[in-house]
Design a binder for this molecule. Structure first.
Ligand code: SF4
Length: 305
């Protein structure tokens, strides 16, 4: 199927034996002419001069836009109580079977083109808006657009905040190109390496590297872990997450979210007992644990019970 949409030449690729090697994320896809990489939003095609190039298919294509409380990203220690314009496109370089946003991450959802200049202007002109968050789908595979918008905004107002809500699966070089324009990130740290390989079509080391590099660049970081029963609620996996984060900075906020059935995953929601047990274990290693997707009463039970 051919999608009709804006076509923008991608960054981070090279020609390799008549194919295209994309190096934006650690998948490093080798793509034949007329085909797309694993994210489904980067396609190899000839330009008007017959040269094989890689094109971003989601550049400027916005599927969702809203003004959200910053806590919804979730970022709890970055301008608490403020609002942030939040935008997303379609596509993802992971294939998580429990994806909470699968209608835009795994499918070509309906979109509207908004140029980087229009997006920057919109964000800068909204009253009481602290900045722009790239969220809903994976921003790293929206790279060219995120970079262009962030650069435009920062050239006008350095204090307008740019936020990424990301799976952290991006190669080192593009990450380092983007980070100077970013103020805060929420990065998923989903489980151990086997979890990433079995359920997400990814691997953990590159995600850890992204967290470390963002920390080296002195960005505000918060981390999210969705607790999936029988998959990442065992002590060993939780300890790996806790020890890794505490080795960087034990004050990094960790959001532990309760899973609910979505997409291809039909397992019942995470039992409250698992949430409670995980909270108690993680609390021994990290200063700021926040439980998510719980009612007030359930939260109290898990934290105080
Ligand atoms: S960004 Fe997309 S095309 Fe490029 S390596 Fe990653 S999955 Fe493959």
């Amino acid at each position: 199927m051919k999608w009709k949409m804006t076509r923008k030449e991608a960054l981070y690729y090279r020609e390799e034996n008549g194919k295209i090697r994309c190096s934006l994320c650690p998948h490093n896809c080798l793509i034949r002419e007329g085909h797309r990489g694993a994210c489904n939003v980067r396609e190899a095609n000839k330009d008007d001069d017959g040269l094989l190039k890689l094109y971003s298919l989601n550049y400027g294509e916005v599927t969702s836009i809203a003004i959200d409380p910053i806590e919804k990203k979730p970022l709890y220690q970055f301008y608490p109580g403020s609002k942030i314009l939040s935008v997303g496109s379609f596509g993802c370089n992971f294939k998580c079977s429990f994806c909470q946003n699968y209608s835009i991450s795994q499918y070509r959802a309906e979109s509207k083109y908004i140029s980087p200049e229009e997006m920057a202007e919109m964000s800068l002109n909204i009253k009481d808006n602290i900045g722009l968050a790239f969220t809903y789908n994976e921003p790293s595979i929206w790279f060219e657009y995120v970079l262009d918008v962030a650069k435009t905004i920062k050239s006008i107002d350095k204090n307008h905040k740019i936020v990424l809500v990301s799976n952290g699966y991006i190669s080192e070089e593009p990450l380092k190109e983007l980070l100077p324009y970013i103020d805060a990130l929420n990065i998923d740290l989903k489980g151990d390496d086997s979890y990433y390989r079995r359920l997400c079509f990814g691997s953990i080391e590159e995600v850890k590297r992204t967290i470390k590099i963002a920390n080296d660049y002195e960005k505000h970081i918060e981390v999210t872990t969705l607790l999936l029963p029988k998959e990442n609620t065992d002590d060993e996996t939780l300890l790996e997450i806790a020890k890794f984060l505490s080795s960087i900075d034990k004050s990094i906020p960790l959001h532990v979210s309760r899973y609910f059935p979505r997409y291809k995953m039909e397992e019942p929601p995470t039992p409250l007992e698992e949430m409670r047990k995980s909270y108690k274990l993680l609390k021994k290693y990290l200063d700021n644990i926040y439980l998510g997707n719980l009612s007030e009463e359930e939260y109290k039970y898990c934290v105080e019970g």
